[in-house]
Design a protein around this ligand. Sequence first.
Ligand code: HSE
Length: 313
Amino acid sequence: MSSRTIKAYAPASISNLGPGFDVLGLAIEKPGDVAIATRQKEAGLTFKLRGTVNNVPDNAQDNVAAYVSSLLIEEVKPLFGIRLTLDKRMPIGSGLGSSAASSVAALVAVNALLGSPLRKEELLPFALEGEKKIAGSGHADNVAPSLLGGAVVVRSYDPLDVVKIPIRNAIYWVVVHPHLVIPTAEARKLVPQTVPISSAIRQWGNVGGLVAGLAAGSAAMVGKCVEDVIVEPVRATLIPGFYEVKRAALDAGATGCSISGSGPAMFAVAKSPSSARAIGAAMKAAFQRAAGISSDVYISRVNMKGAKVLKEQ
Ligand code: HSE
């Protein structure tokens, strides 16, 4: 018998990974968003928002999860309607791919309820439309890892070509989310439109080294390559205490540290769980000391599965 309700989870992601603006990203275990899709008789989509996260649109026109789901429904044209509930758990404007996780969780739940007419990879263009709506640009470096799991390179946007990096999953990723909001669209306005060739050479050297380091599972190599000479310098101005927090991470043993996505979350690279815990505590203390801002710390290896169905009934 076909399912009446599907509950799906999509994880947060660290995008850019320092030098790979709009082209590198990886999924982490937590936090994440949950979406529940239920069959209903009336055609079309009805939407409900759950959770305590502030400033999340609660209507189907403006909410990104509802928006991408309606695009999928238009494409598949099911014979029944769908009620979508977004259990919003991730803070917005965090740099953790919050809108991406909402879109991906919703798409995975709705697609499964429809009998999985699309493969996971085929949901990607729908999720990208969500990023366009929220950030004004269809960047894939959050939605692709959240959906597919693992670490990805967006090799090309036109045509879209996402490559999964064959990683050795030995690195511990520390993510510290200070309690402030930076809308991605705002952070993108700061990104320089032209770069000197000397910066470009340094940046693509780091991107190449980072991919090799991920494949080798080498925290030393990945950390060394988490150097962004193009975007980090301008976006750091949006994050109070950025340089103090980065210093604290490196002093506590991180092999590298930069902004997660468009910020304000920051990530650091660690060799072991105990080192990751020490780095997380040092970064959290530095945010408090330097900027008076409290923060949450998440530690995980790469989430290799990505979005998944939690429950079917
Ligand atoms: N690559 C995007 C950016 C990610 O840096 O703007 C947004 O989270």
